[in-house]
Design a protein around this ligand. Structure first.
Ligand code: AMP
Ligand code: TRP
Length: 330
């Protein structure tokens, strides 16, 4: 089975990314042949600082290994190191339609907030479709916010297959059962997010324990007293329950049962303990791995070579099926 997912190097990574991203990467790598891509080309779709992008690319690689990716087993690489990604985006951009891209809610949200919107922000889902389809991907572990983009990737794959002949595997999204959309602790109606969120409501993976405790303690909750999962009526408590499942691996029902007779104060304090216990070893491994940038760069170079080899046949097939001539034997 082929597994592929991507994650952007800009912005500080948070517990939502851990839930929908990192922990699913580490789990799915056990199921087959896995590719995890640091999608730097996606990160330039909004204004960015070049030095920040450079530094954060290596930091993200370190975080991916610190959260359990195994360089022996999985291919971890940087999108811009494999030119097939930019090439496939052009080809698929001629298959996707303006109408379907216009419907993307993430584009509408992000574009609505700025005066000047890049063409890249609009065509971003096409680049993402290429990322996935180039690897004949069966499953894509992601969070709920990427569902619409994944559905679009499937539509593009099917359209290409029917127009030019069977070329792509049609991928399936894999979402966590609990924690597919971790919410902001201060505004539990909004997802925890690097860009749109409130820093006090966002638990960053590199937050020190005191910061985690403070954020959980001040999390917005409703006026009731029961610790039950009901996202419509009790958004804040439901989010904390899901955070607990992410930290301990329990189910929602198990958490509800364990805190059946506790109050919010006790529950919040136990949630902080669990999150701190989750993050501490990740942070220690991160610091160790980050201390050796030459080794990280070496691992990414190996990853890029493997990704080039794995994606080349599909890119070649795309060119051929679409009727391009190919340079021959010089
Ligand atoms: P990004 O940092 O935007 O590249 O996202 C990396 C991964 O984290 C993607 O699979 C997202 O779907 C996932 N993700 C981002 N925010 C959340 C959230 N609040 N809850 C669950 N998953 C999330
Ligand atoms: N758009 C995704 C996000 O912001 C990142 C991404 C890019 C991705 N290419 C991908 C995720 C391919 C899964 C598969 O989270």
């Amino acid at each position: 089975m082929r597994i592929f997912s991507g994650i952007q190097p800009t912005g500080a990574k948070h517990l939502g990314n851990f839930s929908g991203g990192f922990r699913q990467y580490a789990a799915t790598q056990e199921q087959g042949d896995a590719f995890f891509c640091i999608v730097d080309l996606h990160s330039v779709t909004v204004p960015h600082d070049p030095e920040d992008l450079r530094a954060r690319t290596l930091d993200l690689a370190a975080l991916m290994f610190a959260t359990g990716l195994d360089a022996e087993r999985s291919t971890v690489f940087v999108q811009s190191h494999v030119t097939a990604h930019a090439e496939s985006a052009w080809l698929l951009g001629c298959v996707a339609t303006i109408g379907e891209l216009r419907r993307m809610t993430q584009f509408k949200d992000k574009a609505g907030k700025r005066e000047s919107v890049s063409v890249g922000l609009f065509t971003y889902p096409v680049l993402m479709a290429g990322d996935i389809l180039l690897y004949q991907t069966d499953i894509v572990p992601i969070g709920d916010d990427q569902r619409q983009h994944l559905e679009l990737s499937r539509d593009i794959a099917e359209r290409f297959n029917s127009r030019f002949g069977e070329t792509f595997t049609v991928p399936r999204g894999v979402y966590p059962e609990a924690g597919a959309r971790i919410m902001d602790l201060q505004q539990p109606g909004n997802k925890m997010s690097t860009t749109g969120g409130n820093p006090q409501g966002t638990i960053y993976l590199l937050d020190p324990p005191e910061a985690v405790r403070k954020k959980v303690k001040t999390a917005v909750t409703d006026s009731g007293r029961e610790i039950i999962h009901d996202p419509n009526e009790k958004a804040g408590i439901s989010n904390l329950i899901e955070i607990m499942t992410v930290a301990t691996g329990e189910s929602i029902a198990e958490v509800e049962k364990r805190f059946e007779s506790s109050g919010y104060g006790q529950f919040k304090s136990d949630v902080s303990d669990a999150v701190v216990a989750l993050l501490e070893p990740i942070q220690a491994r991160f610091r160790e791995i980050r201390d050796d940038p030459a080794e990280l760069e070496r691992m990414l170079a190996i990853g890029a070579a493997k990704a080039r080899e794995a994606s080349a046949p599909t890119l070649e097939k795309m060119y051929e099926r679409m009727g391009f001539t190919r340079p021959k034997g010089v």
